[in-house]
Design a protein around this ligand. Structure first.
Ligand code: CMP
Length: 385
């Protein structure tokens, strides 16, 4: 892997890597610090020390964003969709892409702070808040998720939007007919009545405009109930879409990790999808006790990356990428036979006991291979004892 590829893997917003996640979190925190600092700068009676600290924070955050912009521009040739454009073409395409433009706008405060000293120069600070909020939103994984959910469920969402508009215009027309004469200012026309219809339909109910006739009030009640129904429908579609998308992404992420474990190499595509759906990934720092001797066993682990030590008394056993552990307690239904401690940062796939037994029924050959290794380990532990 070249240096540029390594750095791209760190700053790629689509990367699932643990370190890339940390870099994204750090970027998000920096943007939040910057936004707070600029917000302080908009206070009407600023305290000198606070303003100076806020300006310093803005400067630092903006400088980091500037550096990030330059780095992302440099690694643009590694972006999959620009790879065939050559280095210069890829950088140009990235610079004019949505991501590139938002990142460029986010570094504008650097120039302003440089020219404006402690205060933010001639441009209103709120503009920078807006720019950094956009950057925060575009970098956040959740934002992309929302866009995806809306795109996947656009037909259902447009059906709800049409329903909303039908109720909105019907309510505005009816209230105009019922109350137009007694309250010409609020309900004299359909466009004027739309404000009341919108406020009532979304169940916001400011109470600035209210129907006076009994029929008008009955209509108000009906519109509120319709509003709750429409919003419930909308919430249901979005919640279902979110859960679906999160499950799909998790599946793709685990699939990628499972592909790195040689133990699963010979398993067919249908069986592997069954296994992937049962696994969860976990990251552990070095020195973590993943398993403690004597504790009840509730799961087993496959090592995607990293190294663990099995401490059973006598010389330790080391297991690394592709290995597994924690199977003996599940097979024997006995407490854990050893301590297992991470030596390096580890990415593990966890299989819960329920899924282990279900898998034993559906993928007997796989579980037989695990059992064979467990027999071998038991024998070697017995000989050593
Ligand atoms: P379990 O008993 O559930 O928890 C401790 C784990 O250490 C055990 O499962 C095995 O997975 C692992 N283990 C025990 N003995 C050995 C060994 N000799 N070599 C490798 N791993 C072992």
């Amino acid at each position: 892997m070249t240096r540029r590829q390594q750095i791209h893997a760190l700053v790629d917003p689509r990367s699932h890597a643990h370190v890339a996640g940390r870099v994204r979190t750090l970027g998000g925190m920096l943007a939040l610090i910057g936004i707070s600092a600029i917000s302080i700068d908009t206070l009407p009676h600023p305290v000198h020390v606070v303003t100076a600290i806020a300006a310093a924070c803005v400067g630092i955050v903006a400088a980091v964003f500037m550096l990030e912009y330059l780095v992302r521009l440099w690694v643009a040739p590694e972006v999959a969709r620009f790879r065939n454009l050559g280095p210069r073409g890829a950088r140009l395409r990235w610079a004019v892409s949505g991501e590139g433009v938002i990142d460029l706008l986010a570094v504008l405060p650097v120039l302003a702070t440089a020219s404006g000293g402690a205060r933010l120069g001639a441009v209103p600070a709120s503009v920078y808040v807006l720019l950094w909020v956009i950057k925060l939103a575009s970098d956040a994984q959740g934002f992309e998720l929302i866009v995806r959910v809306v795109r996947n469920h656009r037909s259902a969402l447009s059906a709800v939007a049409v329903l909303f508009l039908i109720v909105l215009f019907s309510a505005a027309t009816l209230i105009h007919l019922l109350e137009g004469q007694s309250q010409p200012k609020s309900f004299g026309s359909i466009p004027a009545s739309l404000w009341w219809a919108m406020v009532t339909l979304t169940t916001t109910g400011y109470g600035d405009v209210i129907p006076h006739t009994p029929l008008g009030r009955m209509l108000g009640g009906l519109v509120m109930i319709c509003g709750i129904a429409v919003l419930a429908l909308l919430a249901g579609i979005l919640a279902m879409g979110f859960a679906d998308e999160v499950r799909r992404r998790e599946f793709a992420r685990i699939w990628e990790l499972v592909a790195r474990v040689p133990f699963f190499a010979d398993v067919g595509a249908i069986a592997i999808s069954d296994i992937v759906a049962r696994l969860r990934s976990r990251n552990y720092p070095p020195g973590t006790h993943v398993i403690r001797k004597g504790e009840p066993g509730d799961s087993m682990y496959f090592i995607v990356a990293g190294e663990v030590e099995v401490r059973i008394g006598g010389p330790v056993r080391t297991l690394s990428d592709g290995g597994f552990f924690g199977e003996m307690a599940l097979i024997d239904r006995k407490p854990r036979s050893a301590d297992v401690v991470t030596v390096t940062p580890c990415t593990l796939l966890v299989l819960e006991v329920v899924d282990f037994y279900q898998l034993a029924g559906q993928q007997p050959s796989l579980v037989r291979a695990i059992e064979a290794e467990a027999d071998h380990r038991r024998e070697s532990d017995r000989l050593r004892a």
